[in-house]
Design a binder for this molecule. Structure first.
Ligand code: ZN
Ligand code: ZN
Ligand code: ZN
Length: 764
């Protein structure tokens, strides 16, 4: 039988995911000779052998690829026959400018889990077991290429057994960079007084578990940073954690050993189960069940709980079921208020003193800190709320090749974005940029991503807001590097992000119903209830919520009662004594507020939809002041009676959405003592119906039939699902976020797109 030769090039996430050993083994199975090597953004293969075998080999590559691989394109062509004596994995041939993909961190795989609980395995109960298909990646990579010396595993010398596995292409740990065992790898230990080791290895984990059982608070060093853990079924322990962390109400995430335990506390639909058990292993928000043993203090005022499964071997050992041991643990970020999650042992010892009763530490350094990702489930599909561990730094795939640009992102929930080729590297969640530590972290992360993906930006995009730290950073960098810089309106970025994420052509005109908290407008006002028409180059504001004053700026955001009084004032509705917001503001504050509204001092105008939710929550007496972002809106949603379908009227006056009729209807119903859950639902329905009317009007007037639903308000699941149902019934095409959050976590991606297309346009 005559032999033939084929050359195959594969593009996508195929490096650092066990792809070359997979090809090696597949080639062996088909008696092929030749080689495989990493190349620019992919893998190159050359095989010589029997034509039928080669055909099967090529067909099986996409079918049997390792779980973490993502094949974007695969090209194969017949070439002239060469002679090889065997099949080899050969060194990569990279140019300095080639881009090499970096895998996100991956939750422990089933095989490693089985080995870890097998008493005969040499890694029995070893908290750092991993393999080619699982374990730390992005968080331990200091530089590329992804090889052990360039990771934080560099300091651990492999023992002969581990080396043997690492070097054997037939072994499932072949080239697993973090490969380790109890003999040669990282270890855990416990400290009670910071700096004093009281136990180590298995004994440390057992002692930590004993402390958790006793209701103590434990700082646990994990994969991307520290968690603070406590017994989630112990109200006192949770309350203590809340008071020590000065976090009165913001929900805590939970971790439980397996799905069965999680299902006792929440309703898990199939998409939620898939997501919980995925290699990304994020926190999934699911409806709370009656009779759950999770303490009320974990998520006060919420209808959902956020669970994740143990995604590292250490977490598995820590949560393992045992008699008298808590069925679920609170696992919240180990940080102070809005600071970045702590990643160093020494920082944890000093910053978490007074919060943690003990510290479960280990000696594998974390290079890049990363938070847990968070998802909801909307209509049976994952809906991102925070995109971080497990997802970053995987790029978002684009339909077109873009020039290399940097977009610095927004102030809140910051991420940044870098583009090259057909990829947008949207960073992991960085955090709240008003914080100096976060800003330091942001700058380091930008440099790290630029060097990992070898990106030299040709242009920079930044938010229109003149006072943001990111704006300052962008302008300075633009000057130093002599780059053009593009100021980008916040809600325009939301629109661009939503359309391109859904695969639309960047120049197509779409409409955006951008319902958001805060974004700086082109007129200097604070926008947030916006209807825009545009594409990745430009936009027009066709409708917006009528401006109301935001007395004291941030103060009005923290105190929905002030916002409610301000809105009533703006619409000429008298402040009466039987209104809850009236009574929750002191007489002195009321007087000062009235004066402020009349004089307009420190009172910017806002069209924010987020604030309207605050106003309604205040009016119906749910919340007058908040301790975390969107608390009032979240509690309003949780209260709403989902079976109620009624809604209130509104008015569209020219380019203004006038919500006065909604407010007056609510006031009347309050007077008539209509139940609060009914009012809350009718308000949600009103915004959904309003969205429908807007879309129909735009379709008629502008012949536009794609509607992007973006902005933080669309995290409200009740509102989103109601709106989607209405749009579906009327055959209107809505676009919702799927790969990144609808909140400001999507803004950097939109900024990057607009920057790239404006840069291209300017170059012409
Ligand atoms: Zn594994
Ligand atoms: Zn070893
Ligand atoms: Zn926004």
């Amino acid at each position: 039988m005559s032999q033939i030769c084929y050359h195959i090039h594969i593009n996508g996430i195929v490096q650092g995911v066990g792809f070359r050993p997979f090809i090696y083994n597949l080639a062996m199975d088909h008696n092929l000779k030749g080689w495989v090597r990493n190349s620019a953004s992919g893998v190159d293969i050359e095989v010589v052998g029997d034509p039928a075998e080669i055909e099967n080999f090529i067909a099986q590559i996409p079918e049997q690829a390792p779980p973490l691989a993502q094949i974007d394109t695969m090209k194969s062509e017949k070439t002239s026959i060469k002679s090889y004596s065997d099949f080899k994995i050969i060194p990569s041939k990279n140019k300095e400018t080639d881009f090499i993909p970096v895998s996100p961190d991956v939750a422990i795989c089933d095989q490693c889990q089985t080995e870890m609980f097998d008493p005969d395995d040499r890694r029995y109960r070893y908290p750092f077991i991993n393999c080619t298909n699982c374990g730390p990646r992005f968080t331990i990579i200091r530089d590329i290429p992804y090889d052990r010396p360039f990771t934080t595993m560099a300091g651990f010398m492999m023992c002969p057994d581990c080396r043997e596995e690492y070097e054997n292409p037939r072994d499932r740990r072949f080239h697993a960079q973090p490969v380790a065992c109890p003999v040669c790898g990282p270890q855990v230990w416990l400290e009670i007084t910071p700096g004093e080791k009281v136990s180590e290895k298995g004994a440390a984990i057992q002692q930590a578990r004993q402390l958790l059982r006793e209701g103590k608070i434990l700082a646990v060093k994990g994969l991307g940073g520290f968690h603070l853990a406590c017994d989630a079924t112990n109200p006192k322990a949770v309350a203590r954690l809340r008071s020590r962390k000065r976090r009165p109400a913001k929900p805590f995430a939970l971790m439980a050993f397996n799905i069965d335990i999680i299902q006792k506390s929440v309703v898990t639909e199939p998409a939620a189960l898939d997501l919980l058990q995925s290699p990304q292993s994020p926190i999934v928000l699911m409806p709370k069940k009656e009779g759950s043993d999770i303490a009320e203090e974990v998520a006060p005022g919420q209808s959902r709980l956020g669970f994740m499964l143990p995604y590292t071997p250490l977490h598995l050992l820590l949560t393992e079921p045992a008699k008298g041991f808590p069925s679920a643990l609170v696992m919240t970020s180990g940080n102070l208020s809005e600071e970045p999650i702590i990643k160093e042992n020494q920082t944890a010892r000093t910053r978490l003193e007074g919060i943690a009763d003990a510290y479960l530490l280990h000696n594998r350094p974390i290079h890049m800190r990363i938070d847990d990702s968070v998802f909801g489930i909307v209509e049976g599909e994952p809906y991102p709320i925070r995109r971080a561990r497990g997802f970053a730094p995987n790029p978002i795939r684009l339909g077109n090749t873009l020039p290399q640009v940097l977009a610095v992102g927004p102030q809140m929930k910051n991420t940044f974005c870098l583009t090259r080729d057909k990829y947008a590297f949207l960073s992991h969640y960085i955090g709240e940029m008003e914080n100096w530590e976060t800003y330091q972290d942001f700058q380091k992360a930008v440099v790290h991503y630029q060097s990992l993906f070898r990106i030299q930006p040709l242009a920079i995009g930044y938010d229109l807001h003149p006072d943001y730290l990111t704006t300052k950073y962008a302008l300075e960098k633009a000057q130093t590097d002599r780059l053009p810089a593009y100021p980008i309106q916040h809600h325009h970025a939301h629109l661009a992000s939503g359309m391109v994420e859904n695969g639309l052509d960047p120049e197509q005109m779409v409409a955006g119903l951008i319902f958001d908290g805060t974004g700086y407008g082109t007129d200097g006002a604070i926008w947030g209830g916006e209807v825009l028409i545009g594409n990745c180059l430009d936009f027009k504001r066709v409708l917006h919520q009528k401006y109301v004053p935001l007395p004291g700026g941030d103060l009005a955001i923290r105190k929905p009662a002030r916002m409610a009084l301000s809105t009533l004032w703006a619409y000429g509705i008298e402040w009466s004594e039987n209104l809850t917001p009236y009574n929750s503001v002191s007489q002195i504050e009321r007087k000062a507020l009235k004066h402020q509204l009349e004089s307009g001092v420190n009172t910017p105008s806002t069209s924010s939809m987020g604030r309207l939710f605050d106003v309604v929550a205040s009016l119906i007496g749910i919340r007058q002041s908040i301790t975390y972002e969107a608390q009032a809106a979240i509690e309003l949603e949780a209260l709403a009676d989902a079976s109620e379908l009624g809604y209130y009227p509104w008015q569209i006056d020219g380019d203004e959405i006038n919500i006065k009729p909604i407010i007056t209807s609510i006031l009347e119903e309050l007077k008539d003592q209509v139940e609060k859950p009914v009012i809350a639902a009718r308000f949600h329905n009103s915004i959904a119906q309003l969205s429908l009317e807007i879309a129909q009007q735009i379709k008629r007037e502008f012949s536009i039939d794609h509607f992007v639903l973006s902005g933080g308000v669309w995290q409200n699941q009740l509102l989103l699902e109601r709106t989607m149902a209405l749009f579906k019934k009327e055959n209107l095409k809505y676009l919702i976020h799927k790969q990144m959050p609808p909140n400001d976590g999507c803004v950097a991606f939109g900024q990057a797109l607009i920057t790239a297309y404006r840069y291209l346009q300017d170059k012409e």
